[in-house]
Write a protein that binds this ligand. Structure first.
Ligand code: ADP
Ligand code: MG
Length: 492
């Protein structure tokens, strides 16, 4: 029977139906905690009696009762007191019938019941339903600050606002924003991977800033994986594993940067596995970054690989040209002097795989210009980043290759791209494809596209044929060597 059906049952001294009283308490609660927390923990509970200084609240299971007792008394007690007019002791009744069934939130799994397949693995599809998010407990926490055992202080510039979004990082950015808005509920774990200098740490720290903006008392532990490993080793040596575990498992959000450091560290992997399980089962958020996807981390236990895939694994890719331009513009503006477009173009063309290097180049160019009192020109850039330009000669393009081939054989580009199959045309075309494969980083399909829209098997055939010929026929070998030399040489 639902509490409100109990007719005459009313709050002591109020003459008001319990349902209405509970409605008012719910409104107080809603003002005191986040919406998700309210929906998860208080939407379904009801007030079933108020007698002699005690308010009885019905909950639908033991887990909810324990949860409310452990984490919500400091909100519940004052809200009840405010509505009832005086302090009341709270008693919980496990009474599924009295609770509101139509608004049943997904039930958190029993913390002890997350099983494994026999081999200790479970695929992403078999991941347990994520438990409801924990209320972010804020005892003994300095507002807006990472937990003391963290090994970094958040960089004030690493914020979502300062992050330039492009096709290379759009998804990683959106996922990080999503997680910061409802930790434990959106993607758990969030696993960002990508090579160095592409913004993983920037995103991780932005996520923390953003959580603190909503919830200054959130308990966030932020560590490099190396620190986790070191703490674990010294805990083993000093025999205080219990303390270690307490510290790592008593958080709302655990962020571990560069988790690939777990490679080849079997004991630490084992410990991390248990930390992961404890936090995950309690609905706490885990955020990880790595230089490679879980499956490519050497010797990472299969059960960790599968857990890392339970939430969302997403790559931060190297920025495309347009994103590099936007980053250059943004970074120079942040430093108080925007670099002209032609200068940005030269930088974006030469520094193409690492945002940290792009940033370093901006700093250097602006510094050089201001110290020497010169305007920011492409010439100045070449001068102050000389080593950069010398170290990275321009890659020959497929057009350079086609030009060399047409000149050497006296054929036209349109011939190379035509359907003609006479040997006089087909042979230079095959040489062009072979050299493109050797010299550029293009795929077979892409190369085929430059030679009249041919299919990748045609390109593969040409490459294999010339590989063989160059071994069997010295004149062919010589031809290919001299063409390669010419193409690379003209580009130095
Ligand atoms: P990672 O952790 O992937 O090695 P970082 O997060 O340390 O890379 O990024 C390197 C530098 O590049 C940082 O100073 C960061 O602010 C900057 N950066 C990376 N990506 C972006 C971006 N999309 N927009 C603005 N700055 C970026
Ligand atoms: Mg990093």
């Amino acid at each position: 029977m639902h509490a409100s059906d109990r007719g005459p049952n009313s709050a002591e001294g109020h003459g008001e139906p319990l349902r209405a009283v509970w409605g008012r308490i719910q409104r107080e609660l809603r003002g005191a905690i986040r919406r998700e927390q309210f929906e998860t923990w208080f939407r379904r509970t009801t007030l079933t009696a108020v007698t002699e200084g005690t308010a009885v609240i019905a909950v639908h299971n033991r887990f909810t009762r324990d949860w409310l007792r452990n984490y919500y008394m400091d909100v519940l007690v004052p809200c009840v007191a405010k509505v009832l007019g005086s302090a009341h002791e709270i008693r919980f009744d496990i009474d599924p019938e009295s609770t509101a069934p139509e608004l049943c939130p997904p039930l958190p799994p029993d913390p002890d019941s997350v099983g494994e397949d026999e081999d200790g693995t479970r695929s992403a599809a078999q991941a347990p339903a994520p438990p409801a998010a924990l209320p972010l407990s804020n005892a003994n926490v300095l507002p807006g600050r990472l937990l003391e055992s963290s090994d970094v202080v958040l960089n004030p510039h690493y914020r979502f606002d300062n992050f330039v979004v492009g096709p290379c990082n759009r998804f990683a950015h959106a996922a990080s924003v999503g997680v910061s808005e409802s930790p434990g509920l959106t993607y758990n774990p969030l696993f960002l991977h990508g090579s160095v200098g592409l913004g993983k740490t920037h995103l991780l720290q932005s996520l923390c800033h953003s959580v603190f903006e909503r919830e200054p008392g959130a308990r966030i532990l932020y560590l490099s994986c190396e620190t986790f490993v070191n703490h674990f080793i010294s805990a083993l040596e000093n025999g205080d594993l219990e303390k270690f575990r307490h510290k790592y498992r008593n958080v709302d959000i655990l962020v571990v940067d560069d988790i690939h450091i777990l490679a080849n560290k079997e004991r630490t992997q084992e410990e991390f596995f248990h930390t992961f399980n404890t936090l995950y089962n309690a609905g706490k958020q885990i955020v990880l970054s790595s230089d490679s996807p879980p499956v490519d981390i050497p010797t990472l236990q299969e059960r960790l690989v599968s857990r890392f895939k339970w939430g969302l694994v997403t790559e931060v890719e190297p920025p495309c040209y347009e994103t590099r331009m936007a980053i250059l513009k943004r970074k120079s503006r942040e430093r108080g002097r925007e670099i002209p477009d032609d200068v940005a173009r030269v930088l974006a063309e030469h520094i193409d795989s690492n945002i940290r290097e792009l940033e370093g180049a901006v700093t250097k160019v602006l510094g050089f210009a201001s110290l020497s009192g010169q305007p920011i020109t492409t010439q100045l850039v070449r001068q102050c980043l000389r080593e950069h330009f010398a170290a990275r000669p321009h890659q020959p393009s497929i057009e350079d290759i086609q030009r060399a081939v047409t000149e050497r054989f006296g054929v036209k580009l349109s011939d190379l791209q035509s359907k003609k199959r006479t040997n006089a045309i087909a042979y230079p075309r095959q040489i062009g494809m072979f050299l493109a494969r050797k010299i550029t980083r293009m795929s077979l399909e892409e190369i085929g596209g430059y030679f009249g829209g041919r299919d990748h098997t045609t390109v593969l055939y040409a490459c294999q044929k010339l590989e063989r010929l160059s071994k069997e026929d010295p004149s062919c070998h010589e031809l290919l060597t001299s063409l390669s030399y010419e193409i690379r040489g003209t580009q130095a």
